[in-house]
Write a protein that binds this ligand. Sequence first.
Ligand code: XMP
Length: 526
Amino acid sequence: MLSQNIYTDRILILDFGSQYTQLLARRIRSIGVYCTLLAWNASEKQIRECNPNGIILSGGPESSITHDSPRAVNYIFHAGVPILGICYGMQVMAVQLGGNVQSSNQREFGYAQITITGHSPLLPPLLSGTNTAEKILMDVWMSHSDHVSKVPSNFITIASTEKCPVVIMANEKQRFYGVQFHPEVTHTPKGLSLIEQFVRMICQCTALWTSKNIIDDTTKQINNQITNDRVILGLSGGVDSSVTALLLHHAIGNRLICVFIDNGLLRLGEAQQVITMFSNSFGLNIIHIAAEERFLQALSGIQEPEAKRKIIGRVFIEIFEEEAARLGNIKWLAQGTIYSDVIESGMTSTAKTRVIKSHHNVGGLPKKMRLQLLEPLKTLFKDEVREIGMQLGLSSSILHRHPFPGPGLSVRILGEVTKEYCNLLRSADAILVEELHKANLYNKVSQAFTVFLPIRSVSVIGDNRKYDWVIAVRAVETTDFMTAQWANLTYEFLSTVSNRIINEIQGISRVVYDISSKPPATIEWE
Ligand code: XMP
């Protein structure tokens, strides 16, 4: 069993709003070091509490020249730990320590080759290529128009380009560094190596952040926290709740009680799959509640998407509470909250995003039921959750399944939800997914599904005129689900899917393909 605390050595990233901040955090963790994110305006108290071995100032969209642009609290420069500023973070460091930043109309965007003119422990050990003058060159990825024009006192310039006089700056005594390029993106081939130099050599962090250590540590923590109590968990079969279930089962065995509520809005065969896998294969203690009628009744006559979401959330909570009351004497509620949820919930983010759709979750449960909350995945990113799931034996087909919304098929049936519509949609969806697998496309698109349109369209089959429903096929490519492109599926593939849906499902007369990107069209239709 692990004796060291895997959270002790840590890097803190102050987030100035770069689109790569989470990627940077993932890179540090991939090196084996825990790292955490705080907003750029984190207070001295928050930073002291975090007690990091090193601080990274992220890039950001603002210009450090404008007088009201974001600045880090001055305390970081007196905290006695190494600091690395990246892009905007480097410029902010320069400005705050008495250097100069200049704006330029020569924007550097994309690939650049920098010339290294000095030595530093920050530099990757083996740098690629030398030019004719035997200077060392490094390929990097840049995205800036402002640049540091004068380094603060006690800093030296380590690298430059023709357009940018200071690409890397360093104050070796204080261990403060700035890089104008983005080491966190894969287009900077030696970027990960530079981050590793900073984290492991300069900040002296030990690499303890591995799936096995995370599992051991979480197991220990859970047992300390709950002693002999029982824990209840709403198991949906999605990646986060499944990994939470397996991790808890690993830690406390049958003191974990999973409640699987079949709301009748799941994909074809899904309920049976979840029960068979978790109950039979993994031996989890699962209560299966068949609640299709109850959900459909509550949804009867309801057209409005937000109203449907709220009803589903409410009925879910009602059933869950009934079950907890029936079981009695349960003190803990486990949830599959992951680190991105924590960041997105605004606890650490700079800008609070407007709620476009209220996402269905069980957030109201602990307060009402006076349960204490257990969130074992709270510090993990999605790919870390998947790695842990894999270690615990979850199949890759579950771990890499496309996301499925909490309110299920109800947000893929426009307007009122009925059993007939659900059944038609389930069959169409199963055909699409089967064809995606057959064509080896399932893992190439980020999310694909069908949508039921409650409009009738005419078709002619033989001599018969039919007047049946319409199905839309939606497939998107995205990395973060905040923006998405419609997937460029071939006509041949779309034609196969359309033929099968129309021929195999009685009641569908027409199939259309959704060619809208997000923004403005959201991924789901409701
Ligand atoms: P949108 O439709 O907002 O979807 O572009 C972005 C991602 O979120 C999923 N989604 C939901 N997930 N409850 C969920 O748990 C919801 O109410 C919900 N609405 C959308 C959607 O499938 C996509 O992956």
